[in-house]
Design a protein around this ligand. Structure first.
Ligand SMILES: Nc1nc2c(ncn2[C@@H]2O[C@H](COP(=O)(O)OP(=O)(O)OP(=O)(O)O)[C@@H](O)[C@H]2O)c(=O)[nH]1
Ligand SMILES: [Mg+2]
Length: 464
């Protein structure tokens, strides 16, 4: 989709989700917003002139037919103290699709144009009220599924990454300025910058770039969640465990081995981290074609898991199938689980510890729910230990787009550093340094191409 809008016309959209709700909002932004509002809004009492940043009670009337559409609360906010820095009107209607659609219709008939996805936020960006990384944060806030994800997005909206990038650009400029002075004013007899000092400063800048790239990996967990695979032999109670963790009967549980064949994926929130649980067929020798396909699928998905719940049936001795699964998950991050502790034991925890080399075993009964809370704490601990060095609040929010920009910056700066070693002419160094500054500017959106903007804003919903 090519962006067709320009920021000088007036846009309008239903800003609340489709469907029925207590209230629904039609939002208008642009130079015509006030005129349109004054034409279609009839206040219950008082002047028809709208005062800025006030809420008024009244009706929306179709000015052509004179018919009342809905009883509303209307907020008028005059530029520039608004989301888009333009005049903004928000009409709180009753939250029915028919009502909202009718109100939007008259607004459009009176001269507004239907907003494109993300166009309000795009205007906030174009007017300079927020930078591009902050605009992306708006989307992250809308899409956050956990508290921690929300906190990370909040950090971004407050401009955390932008500040880091400004710092980085500042240090690059500090390297660049004496080089440019040396090149630009040859008659002034300026000494060339000392190569070692430049190299040292470049190393420091590269370390910052590395740290920010690393922050992406850490933040990934908060943004996209952690994939956890429930792994074990057939009939050990994997699906029962899934149901316990979800607190509902999601997967079929039977006494027949080989009950689960497809991979079942469900999300659950564990201490603010989004966990994407995958229940699957038991790994082991397939007894028929269905199981063979199931095992193949299970193995495929196992490879994507960040964490494995390795389930063993404690009521039976270990056999070769268990051992072969232990071998298969060796080297992966796993939490061992001893299930069916309500039955007489056929196996000691020490044996499993010895054969898997894993400690911290969690004894549970997936049938009765014993030990599930401890297991949840253990899972959270294993995830945090593995990946998260900080809480979301302390993390610099870096998304995939930012990371790509940072990686390109890294390549350029590494080139500069290498050139320093070879004592290439200073003007070449200066050109490359300028290039790295331009690349970094893409994060805040100073040097971002129209295609990239298009890609970012088209992911928004209409009305945001
Ligand atoms: N006594 C007891 N039985 C359990 C427990 N957990 C599961 N079971 C029983 O074990 C049988 C298999 O449970 P499932 O949850 O279907 O096991 P699964 O590992 O998903 O099995 P497949 O999908 O066939 O690989 C069922 O009869 C469950 O009721 C438990 O903690 N205690
Ligand atoms: Mg199952």
């Amino acid at each position: 989709m090519v962006f067709r809008g320009d920021e000088h016309d007036t846009i309008a959209a239903i800003a609340t989700p489709y469907g029925e709700g207590g209230i629904g909002i039609v939002r208008i932004s642009g130079p015509e917003a006030t005129r349109i509002a004054e034409r279609i809004f009839r206040p219950r009492r008082g002047s028809t002139t709208l005062a800025t940043h006030h809420i008024r009670y009244g009706e929306i009337v179709d000015p052509e037919r004179g018919r009342v559409i809905d009883e509303v609360l209307l907020t008028f906010m005059a530029a520039p103290k608004t989301y888009t820095r333009q005049d903004v009107v928000e009409i709180n209607c009753h939250g029915g699709f028919g009502v909202l659609q009718r109100v939007l219709e008259v607004v459009l008939r009176e001269g507004a144009r239907e907003a494109l996805p993300g166009e309000f936020t795009r205007r906030a960006f174009l007017s300079g009220r927020i930078d591009l990384a902050q605009a992306e944060a708006v989307l992250d806030i809308i899409q956050a599924k956990t508290d921690e994800g929300l906190r990370l997005a909040g950090e971004q909206l407050r401009g955390r990454l932008t500040k880091e990038i400004e710092g980085l650009r500042g240090s690059l400029l500090k390297i660049l300025t004496p080089i440019e002075a040396y090149i630009d004013f040859p008659e002034e007899d300026i000494d060339p910058p000392p190569t070692e000092a430049v190299a040292k400063a470049l190393h420091r800048a590269l370390a910052t770039v590395e740290r920010l790239i690393g922050a992406y990996e850490e933040g990934e967990i908060y943004r996209d969640g952690v994939k956890v695979a429930i792994v074990g032999k057939a009939n050990v109670g994997k699906s029962s465990l899934l149901n316990q963790l979800l607190e509902r009967g999601r997967a079929i549980v039977t006494a027949i081995p080989g009950t689960t064949t497809d991979v079942i994926e469900e999300a659950v929130n564990l201490s603010g981290i989004l966990i994407r649980l995958m229940d699957m067929a038991g790994l082991g020798e397939p007894r028929n074609e269905v199981e063979r396909e199931g095992v193949r699928l299970a193995r495929e998905r196992l490879s994507e898991a960040h964490l494995i719940l390795l389930v063993v049936d404690r009521s039976r001795p270990l056999d070769d199938e268990d051992r072969s699964i232990f071998r298969e998950v060796r080297g992966k991050r796993a939490v061992p689980v001893l299930n069916k502790i309500d039955l007489p034991p056929g196996l000691a925890a020490e044996e499993v510890m010895k054969e898997t080399g894993m400690e911290d075993i969690y004894p549970i009964s997936a049938l009765r729910g014993d030990g599930i809370e401890e297991l949840k704490r253990g899972m959270a601990g294993a995830i945090v230990k593995g990946k998260l060095k900080r809480g979301a609040g302390e993390l610099v929010p870096v998304n995939l787009r930012h990371r790509r920009v940072l990686e390109r910056t890294r390549v350029v700066l590494e080139g500069v550093l290498e050139g320093c070693g070879r004592k290439i002419p200073w003007d070449l160094t200066a050109i490359e340094m300028r290039r790295s500054l331009g690349i970094l500017g893409e994060i805040a959106g100073e040097t971002t191409s129209e295609e990239v903007l298009e890609m970012i804003f088209s992911r928004f919903c209409i009305g945001k």
